[in-house]
Design a protein around this ligand. Structure first.
Ligand code: GDP
Ligand code: MG
Length: 177
């Protein structure tokens, strides 16, 4: 039997949130299609992408939701968060403001999502190390204080993107099993 005929054991909805232009859509594109675009247009309409992975021999379909340019404060609707069991909270390591807005996104998430949602904080664009404006230690400390997983990624170089998703999906898997 090919993997396509294998039944899906689990479907996990995971939402991407964070300020505009931090790289959410490119992180998703890297994870779901192993593609990256340097001049990505603002996301239009596409609601989610899926990728199926094996976790402890079970077939887990990750359904990853991307904001359709609704990153303005409070513009993301509660329908977006509904049923989500995981969230990826993304900032850009070269734009301090995108990190300063993380507590807001967290507040929004905690107001709308399930209280047991698994959250990972992601500092994206590590390929731009020479423009870094957010120290790894500051983000790590914040994540620990808030009980979030934390990784720094580069969607461009495909660094730690896979690990970020695997971290979230495995934790969700362990919670439901
Ligand atoms: P979104 O608004 O959060 O969905 O951000 P996008 O995914 O559309 O990315 C915004 C811009 O940042 C685009 O020009 C991307 O090509 C660029 N970008 C995204 N991820 C990376 C990355 O890891 N490194 C670099 N250098 N640029 C990135
Ligand atoms: Mg986008």
């Amino acid at each position: 039997y090919g993997s396509s005929s294998h039944k899906t054991d689990y479907v996990f909805k995971v939402v991407l949130i964070g300020d505009s232009a931090v790289g959410k859509s490119q992180i998703l594109s890297r994870f779901s299609r192993n593609e990256f675009s340097l001049d990505s247009k603002a996301t239009i309409g596409v609601e989610f992408q899926t990728r199926t992975m094996l976790i402890q021999n079970k077939s887990v379909k990750a359904q990853i939701w991307d904001t359709a340019g609704q990153e303005r404060y409070r513009a993301v609707t509660s329908a977006y968060y509904r049923g989500a069991v995981g969230a990826m909270l993304v900032y850009d390591i070269t734009k301090r403001q995108t990190f300063d807005h993380i507590p807001r996104w967290l507040e929004e998430l905690r107001a709308h999502a399930d209280k047991n949602i698994v959250i990972i904080l992601i500092g994206n664009k590590t390929d731009l190390e020479d423009q870094r404006a957010v120290w790894t230690e500051d983000a790590k400390e914040f994540a620990e204080k808030e009980g979030l997983f934390f990784l720094e990624t580069s969607a461009l170089e495909a660094t730690y993107v896979e690990e970020a998703f695997v971290t979230v999906l495995t934790e969700i898997f362990n919670i439901v099993n």
